[in-house]
Design a binder for this molecule. Sequence first.
Ligand code: NAP
Length: 246
Amino acid sequence: MKLQDKVAIVTGSTSGMGRAIAKKFAQEGAKVIVTGRNEERAKECVDDIKAAGGEADYVIVDTSNTDDCKVLLDKTLEKYGTVDILVNNAGMLSMSPVTDVSQEEWEKVFKVNVTAALYLTQLVAPVMKGKGKGVIVNTASVASYAGHHGFAAYVSSKHAIAGLTKSMAWELGPEIRANAIAPGLIHTAMVDSIGGLDALQFMIDACPMKRAGQPEDIANVALFLASDDSSFIDGQVIKVDGGFEA
Ligand SMILES: NC(=O)c1ccc[n+]([C@@H]2O[C@H](COP(=O)([O-])OP(=O)(O)OC[C@H]3O[C@@H](n4cnc5c(N)ncnc54)[C@H](OP(=O)(O)O)[C@@H]3O)[C@@H](O)[C@H]2O)c1
């Protein structure tokens, strides 16, 4: 088991990639805190993990709210006494162009996709530093590398999380490693919310593997980055996109 007795917080684990990461970590022996805003889906994920013989609990929070982030850490420490791994995966899509995006939408996207990762990291870093070891895994995107029409706030936030990952690595090492995964098109609820794979066929066409990824494709890489298998990888943004070229 690659994460035996490690305590992991996985944000956005009520759905999609986060849920797959939570399940994968639990299979590898981690005690997992499942989190998001939807209690029904959080409970479902925890029940699935427990049914498979793993250990997990859930904490319902809105990570765009800094008080909620504090609650998330407090409840994790209350339940499991420590934290070894933080996966900053919760994210929201925004489909407004530069000329139209409202200040409110811009700020919300940055709060969910970037600021929550910063604030949660500020909260867990002292715990990890005190133990002499910890791992942060952020969720970037192929939108961390290129622009696209109509996604101004999303593309900007995903460029920002890539930069933040590199700052985390420089400033939190040597005890804490920080890396990010940059997924390509992955079939999740986020993709279904904008018309599903049919609406995004252009992304499949631009990919030598000619398919969308599955949440498990991301969970496998998250496990690699969270475990000692990647012990000399730090400050990297790793594309998991089937070779997608924008
Ligand atoms: N799918 C793709 O093709 C793709 C590609 C590149 C990057 N990404 C990134 O991958 C990450 C996961 O996305 P996904 O595709 O797995 O989407 P998803 O299935 O829609 O999952 C998004 C998760 O984020 C959580 N979340 C959103 N806003 C939140 C908030 N304010 N507070 C707490 N939790 C919040 C949701 O939980 P609740 O609904 O319970 O709040 C949900 O668990 C995101 O960062 C996304 O930007 C996705």
